[in-house]
Design a binder for this molecule. Structure first.
Ligand code: NDP
Ligand code: 2IT
Length: 445
């Protein structure tokens, strides 16, 4: 590894102890960038990498709220404004009990390069809370969101920082967060994306991450003269990304046989009945195990990692970080998997990624493969600023174009550095080149 890059990575680990997820993301990214720094000694003089790995701003705050029984709770709130070189900070909010600074920093760091890959003018940020929305009433969710926004509002803005959804933050939460922002600021602006269609949202945003994931998967298969038609697909998760990845894969003629949640997974030999999944997850807010109770062709198994032992041609991890480890990678390879595309952020461990790449499985990293969500968020921002509302077809065709462009850019960047077929390196390099150029142009800041 380039000596400068190595030193910055070592210092990062020393200066940010107890942040394993941030170390993991930084290790993958910096290893890929080593060759870029060999070519650009001027970057070291400008302290570019030290600046790149340090968030511009980290905001941490208390979120007090009162439950339906009158009991007061306090959660931790975060917003990491990582990099604004190419545009206002942009990235989702995650509400999940596991949320901590390390997780928000890894997500924010990835987001910088992901957003750059979309070719749209958005910087990188991420936020969230260790609040657990599961089992809470709508009123409790509303009070929590109002309290969260009562602090966050002063740090965000349509030209400053534009949050959106992520795990545990969907249409309901975005609505409550937006309502509170509007009330405090007296401004109806595009300060959050993923808004409802009646108050400034964009068509296709709900579907965008899953659809985009499948569009880029199809693009990668096309490059090897193949397609999704007739393929067996394993999907993990049963949330926003998983549901719309399943929908588009089915539309393109694939058979999706699995979905999961944090308790277990279902295998349906006849192919997933997506209407039933939507009813269980989007309407009832239930568990995926209910599917097998209502569908005789399906089997439910406790534990979520077993999903990767199901025979498939295409694997789409769409749940959470580090859900696909070396054992899972080996099981997928043994069953003849052809392509793994990450719908979630960093779902594959570093070791599993290496195993898959060595076995010549096409591997599309999350920052490229799941960029369709944030790209469509940027399209929502454009519509908000222009006071416009584009048709479904218009947004969908832009999304398709963006995903195809991302595939070509990451393939070419890998080729340029003699790493053909290494889409991890390609995505990191292609994403970084634009950010580096913008940072250099703006001086030491
Ligand atoms: P949702 O909250 O809609 O769904 C999350 C799904 O993943 C649920 O099925 C959930 O199961 C499962 N899951 C969450 N945490 C865990 C865990 N610790 N172990 C096992 N399963 C888990 O979130 P999204 O679909 O929006 O997000 C999924 C992934 O995609 C995340 O990594 C997110 O960062 C990424 N992503 C999301 C984008 C978006 O636009 N929404 C854009 C790009 C990436 P359970 O219900 O049991 O918790
Ligand atoms: O990880 C992600 O890219 C998201 N959760 C979506 C972010 C956004 O701003 O739409």
């Amino acid at each position: 590894m380039n000596n400068y890059v190595k030193k910055v990575l070592e210092d990062l680990k020393k200066q940010n102890p107890n942040e394993p997820e941030f170390h993991q993301a930084a290790t993958e990214i910096l290893e890929s960038l080593s060759l870029v720094f060999d070519k650009h000694p001027e970057y070291e003089k400008a302290g570019l990498l030290e600046r790149f790995v340090e968030p511009e701003r980290v905001i941490m705050f208390r979120v007090p709220w009162v439950d339906d029984k009158g009991v007061t709770h306090v959660n931790k709130g975060y917003r990491v404004q990582f990099n604004s070189a190419i545009g206002p900070y942009k990235g989702g909010l995650r509400f999940h009990p596991s949320v901590n600074l390390s997780i928000i920093k890894f997500l924010g760091f990835e987001q910088i390069l992901k957003n750059s890959l979309t070719s749209l003018p958005i910087g990188g940020g991420k936020g969230g809370s260790n609040f657990d929305p599961k089992g809470k009433s709508d009123n409790e969710i509303m009070r929590f969101c109002q309290s969260f926004m009562t602090e966050l509002y002063r740090h965000i803005g349509q030209d400053t920082d534009v949050p959106a959804g992520d795990i545990g933050v969907g249409a309901r939460e975005i609505g409550f967060l937006f309502g509170q922002y509007k009330r405090i600021r007296n401004e109806h602006v595009g300060v959050l994306t993923g808004r409802g269609l009646t108050y400034g949202g964009s068509l296709v945003r709900k579907e965008a991450t899953g659809y985009g994931l499948v569009y880029i998967t199809e693009e990668a298969l096309k490059a090897v003269k193949d397609s999704l038609k007739g393929k067996t697909v394993a999907i993990s998760g049963s949330g926003n990304v998983a549901i719309y990845a399943c929908e588009k894969a089915q539309q393109l003629g694939a058979k999706v046989v699995t979905m999961s949640d944090s308790n277990g997974y279902i295998y349906d030999k006849d192919g997933i009945d997506l209407n039933l999944v939507k009813e269980i997850k989007e309407v009832r807010r239930g568990r995926i195990s209910e599917y097998a109770k209502e569908k005789s062709s399906a089997v439910y198994t406790e534990g979520c990692s077993g999903v990767w032992t199901v025979k498939c041609d295409v694997a789409l991890p769409c749940a959470t970080q580090n859900e696909l480890n070396s054992d899972s990678a080996n099981a997928l390879i043994k069953n003849g998997v052809k392509i793994v595309a990450e719908g979630a952020n960093m779902p594959t461990t570093l070791e599993a990624t290496e195993i898959l790449q060595k076995a010549k499985v096409i591997f599309l990293p999350g920052k490229a493969a799941n960029a369709g969500g944030v790209a469509t968020s940027a399209l929502e921002m454009a519509q908000s600023s222009g006071r416009l509302f584009w048709s479904f077809e218009e947004v969908d065709s832009k999304l398709k174009g963006i995903m195809s462009n991302i595939y070509n850019n990451i393939a070419q960047a890998a080729k340029k550095y003699d790493l053909e077929g290494n889409f991890v390196a390609g995505a990191n390099i292609a994403g970084f080149e634009k950010v580096a150029e913008a940072m250099m142009a703006q001086g030491v800041c």
